[in-house]
Design a protein. Structure first.
Length: 128
């Protein structure tokens, strides 16, 4: 395993995804690409840079990229472009809804990635 793509939804708790990425990257000496699908925005870029620094401080070779468009399509396309060995995404625990929601980014990624996808449980936000 050489490359992990971690897709972050910055509206939700992403620490479990980062923890999993750090663990796998260290175990396999893999590089990590952090991505989020959002409009180009200084606040988003700053937040991603902080997350990049967190992984770098852990000794993980990390890059980041802001993607624009439909989240599922963009994450799958980036995974293909970099030939990611695994895509890591968050899952909020609504499995029946998650699995059946048409157009869900997570569902799109799982169906079209053509590579392993790791679903990491993340806590629901308190205001959801």
């Amino acid at each position: 395993m050489k490359t992990l793509l971690v897709s972050l939804d910055l509206k939700h708790d992403h620490q479990p995804l980062l923890d999993q990425a750090i663990t796998l990257a260290k175990a396999y000496s893999a590089e990590v690409l952090l991505v989020t699908v959002a409009d180009e925005d200084e606040a988003v870029r700053s937040r991603m840079e902080l997350l990049l620094a967190e992984l770098t401080d852990e000794g993980v070779i990390t890059n980041m990229e802001l993607l624009q468009g439909k989240p599922g399509e963009q994450v799958v396309a980036k995974g293909n472009e970099i030939d990611a060995d695994m895509i890591i995404i968050g899952h909020h625990g609504n499995s029946s809804v998650f699995d059946t929601l048409a157009g869900s980014a997570g569902q799109d990624i799982m169906q079209h990635a053509g590579r392993p996808v790791l679903l990491v449980p993340v806590p629901k936000d308190s205001d959801s």
